[in-house]
Design a protein around this ligand. Structure first.
Ligand code: C2O
Ligand code: CU
Ligand code: CU
Length: 463
């Protein structure tokens, strides 16, 4: 991997050819101050040496989303909602124990992590009520924003909706990223986007929807906060965006012009990419840099209007804007492809399926030879979907036959696929074999996943 720092993207923010008004949805009155301080989940930062140990326990809790009425939620480690952010260092050994204090089963899946199948926390790794499950593995990937959430067959949507999710930050020693904003909660902000629905008396109202775009909820919460603001330095600010929603796709922008995307699902892009808008399907992550040096900045969504208000405080120290090169990415080329597969996402029975089948935990759908590079073509007959693959990060080879735009030229583990958007991806299956427990591929619209739009693959040593 070659990493060089040269120049900076600071100029991108001085570009005044772009009119911010273009992206401000009509219903947002940006003059209105945001109502609630953004909840920042605590960061669990292990000691530098030895095995990094984390303890998580999932249990019942209650949380005030900002309306003044505590709602019943579930959360990790007795937070009111969500879980702590886990800091993993690339190359280190991690051990995570997960205790289930609910009265129903759960699992803990590390979304985007390249880990052995028995540590992956998929539907086969059920943690019964009162039980503890331990995952231990080496962090073999580069810096990235990942997340964790339950992956129980049939109840993932409900558990995530009620608050079971958390962020994971993988850190490495990439020198190109050393100057970037990285003070957690200060200039490096977790932004967990989740839409929710409430009853008239302020309780969460969950529903699973077999509609072609899943269940769209009317209220936006960010880290469990409605209409949030947070105080940041006056300068570059990194937002770690995570779409942890049941089904919603966001169309994000900032009210002062451009934002710069520096990382996709699997880590840094080769170079920062200036964007007016960014589309995020369920399960997607993106790291962006915004500039608060000239005043408050609002992150906006096409449907919801203001997502988050950033209020600069000039007394806080500022970090650097990103350099022009962030990471060397070894591009997967056609020569490397050992085999092809096709995945058709469509309605099956009363729910959803892939290649005509609904999820069956007793059936292995695909067997991949360890060490192979595969090309997967994903098409949609009906609906809006995001295709997610466990264990590996992939590269997008094409979207409707065209090479992906630069903001999708890095590593991804989740990609939006619709009737009008055929996607071809390539992945190297050289991390782990999985002779005992399979890995999953599925739609990350959680309604669809729970309604059967999931399959299982094994990675096996081949002849
Ligand atoms: Cu985010 Cu299979 O999961
Ligand atoms: Cu996953
Ligand atoms: Cu779907």
């Amino acid at each position: 991997m070659t990493l060089t720092a040269c120049g900076s993207t600071e100029d991108a923010f001085e570009n005044d050819g772009f009119v911010a008004d273009d992206v401000v949805p009509a219903e947002v009155d940006l003059a209105d101050p945001a109502a609630n301080e953004l909840m920042i989940p605590p960061l669990l930062e292990p000691a530098q040496d030895g095995v990094a140990r984390f303890d998580l326990s999932l249990g019942e809790s209650s949380h005030d989303f900002g309306s003044g009425v505590p709602a019943e939620t579930i959360s990790y480690n007795n937070q009111s909602i969500l879980g702590p952010t886990l800091l993993w260092r690339s190359g280190s050994d991690v051990e995570i124990s997960v205790t289930n204090d609910l009265d129903e089963g759960t699992t803990a899946h590390w979304h985007g992590a390249d880990v052995p199948a028995e540590d992956d926390g998929g539907p086969h790794s059920r943690i019964g009520p009162g039980q503890t499950w331990v995952a231990d593995f080496e962090v073999i990937q580069s810096a990235a924003t990942l997340w964790y959430h339950p992956h129980m067959m049939g109840t993932s949507a409900e558990q995530v909706f009620h608050g079971a999710a958390g962020m994971i930050i993988v850190e490495d020693d990439n020198p190109a990223a050393a100057g970037l904003p990285s003070t957690y909660g200060v200039d490096d902000i977790p932004v967990i986007l989740q839409d929710r629905e409430f009853t008239a008396d302020g309780q969460l109202s969950f529903e699973i929807d077999n509609d072609d775009d899943g269940d769209q909820n009317p209220d936006l919460t960010v880290n469990g906060t409605i209409d949030p603001y947070t105080t940041v330095p006056a300068g570059p600010v990194r937002l770690r965006l995570l779409n942890g929603s049941q089904a919603r796709v966001y169309e994000l922008s900032v009210d002062n012009g451009m934002m710069v995307k520096i990382a996709s699902d699997g880590g840094y892009l080769p170079s920062p990419v200036e964007l007016e808008t960014i589309t995020m399907g369920p399960g997607d992550r993106a790291e962006i840099i915004v500039d608060t040096s000239t005043g408050p900045v609002a992150l906006l969504d096409d449907d919801f209007g203001r997502v988050l208000q950033l209020r600069p405080d000039i007394s806080l120290p500022t970090a650097e804007f990103p350099p022009n090169q962030l990471a060397g990415i070894e591009v997967i080329d056609a020569e490397e492809i050992d085999s092809d597969r096709t995945f058709v996402m469509d309605e099956v029975g009363n729910g959803w399926g892939i290649n005509g089948d609904q999820m069956d935990m007793g059936r292995i759908d695909e067997t991949v030879r360890f060490g192979d590079t595969e090309r997967w073509t994903i098409t949609v007959e009906d609906g809006i979907h995001t295709f997610h693959v466990h264990q590996t990060q992939f590269q997008i080879l094409s979207i409707n036959g065209e090479p992906p735009p630069p903001e999708h030229a890095g590593w991804e583990d989740t990609v939006l696929v619709t009737e009008d958007r055929e996607v071809v991806i390539a992945a190297r299956f050289d991390g782990y074999t999985s002779p005992d427990i399979p890995y999953m591929f599925h739609c990350h619209i959680l309604d669809h996943e729970d309604l059967g739009m999931m399959g299982q693959f094994q990675v096996l040593d081949g002849p």
